[in-house]
Design a protein around this ligand. Structure first.
Ligand code: SF4
Length: 363
């Protein structure tokens, strides 16, 4: 695959025709793409429309902003209202609504909220503002956590005392396990996350075929990558040979990226975590180790949050679990849209509702 062009039209056609051929001998098949970036790529390339009718792609919980629970959102909103504080965050979090407001609302009230593209930028802001507390909102999966850990290590080296991280990092395998154990959706295969697997390795998904008899194909994000992944899944489903197949070998190795894992676990340790739509999942989150507690915003700043509530009409939880499509949410489009998002699944650039809206999905 060394010289493969991942947008090659002829190859796409060939893969599609192989997919069609395999699917002729299959009944209805449902594949969940775990990752929000896959969801958006699948829509961008129109893959749902060109697949055979008996193949359904279902979006999963792989959008870190979407799965962040309102407990955490309300907590960091309270942090943002503290005096002498700068909140540094990825742009996706700005419009995410908590129980009563969003960071955008708090910014409009005059608080200092800044969009950054990396945790290191937050650290630089802290250096430039030594009299203020700078809190970085750590949202993301195994892909993001190592870079945040690296910034914390750097802050310790520099002896900083005004830089903090509010860690909401989450681990992806427990969420996949939870969806399978809930049994609300019948899945025949999983399109595995490419970026996350680059860090954790393809071997991290062995529990799917071994424990649940479900095949997984780890895929990249170009059209060829996704079609290769779907073809690999259909083959395994047809032959009843569930396994982990890595179709993203240019990036993903069986054991992942050891250096990234080492940095991540130097700073973080595994803990239980609340997920929107899935509740409290054991050993599914990352908290800052005691060794680095001076940088832990959760320990440094204890704030009161008012009663946690969610918009009762927003169906983000069900969308995250693949139980409903965004089109089944009564608020989709007319009430909830990117200009006026009611739930995080519409805000985030990896959110399923956002993808359905952007690409004009129809039932
Ligand atoms: Fe929530 Fe909006 Fe999605 Fe409905 S369309 S589930 S309100 S984010």
């Amino acid at each position: 695959m060394k010289n493969l062009k991942y947008n090659d039209t002829q190859l796409s056609k060939e893969l599609l025709s192989e997919i069609k051929e395999i699917s002729l001998s299959l009944g209805d098949v449902t594949i969940m793409e775990f990752c929000g970036t896959h969801t958006h790529s699948i829509f961008r390339y129109g893959i749902r429309d060109i697949l055979p009718k008996n193949i359904t792609m279902l979006s999963g919980p792989g959008c870190p902003v979407c799965v962040t629970d309102n407990r955490d959102i309300d907590y960091f909103l309270a942090l943002a209202e503290m005096p002498n504080t700068i909140i540094a965050t990825f742009g996706d979090m700005i419009k995410v609504p908590g129980s009563s407001k969003s960071l955008q609302d708090i910014k409009a009230e005059g608080k200092d909220i800044r969009i950054v593209y990396s945790c290191m930028s937050a650290l630089e802001i802290a250096e430039q503002n030594p009299k203020k507390n700078v809190i970085f909102l750590g949202v993301g999966f195994e892909t993001t956590a190592p870079t945040v850990a690296g910034a914390i290590i750097e802050a310790k080296k520099r002896g900083m005392d005004n830089f903090f991280v509010y860690s909401m990092h989450k681990l992806t395998p427990p969420a996949m396990k939870s969806i399978l154990e809930l049994g609300e959706v019948k899945l025949n295969g999983i399109l595995g996350p490419g970026h996350v697997s680059t860090v954790i390795g393809s071997d991290a998904w062995i529990f799917l075929p071994e424990g649940y008899k479900i095949p997984i194909a780890i895929a990249g994000f170009e059209i060829i990558d996704i079609l290769l992944g779907i073809k690999a899944l259909l083959r395994m489903i047809k032959d009843n040979t569930p396994a982990v197949v890595n179709t993203y070998i240019r990036t993903v190795k069986p054991k992942g990226n050891k250096l990234a894992q080492d940095v991540m676990y130097e700073v973080f340790e595994v803990t239980d975590s609340y997920w929107r739509g899935l509740g409290r999942l054991p050993e599914s989150g990352l908290k800052i180790r005691d060794k680095y507690e001076d940088f832990d915003a959760k320990k440094k700043f204890l704030v009161n949050t008012s009663e946690i509530s969610e918009n009762r009409f927003c169906k983000c939880g069900e969308v995250i679990r693949g139980v409903i499509s965004p089109l089944e949410c009564p608020l989709f489009k007319d009430v909830c849209n990117p200009s006026n998002p009611i739930g995080p699944c519409m805000v985030s650039s990896e959110g399923t509702c956002n993808a359905y809206y952007l690409y004009g999905a129809r039932l």
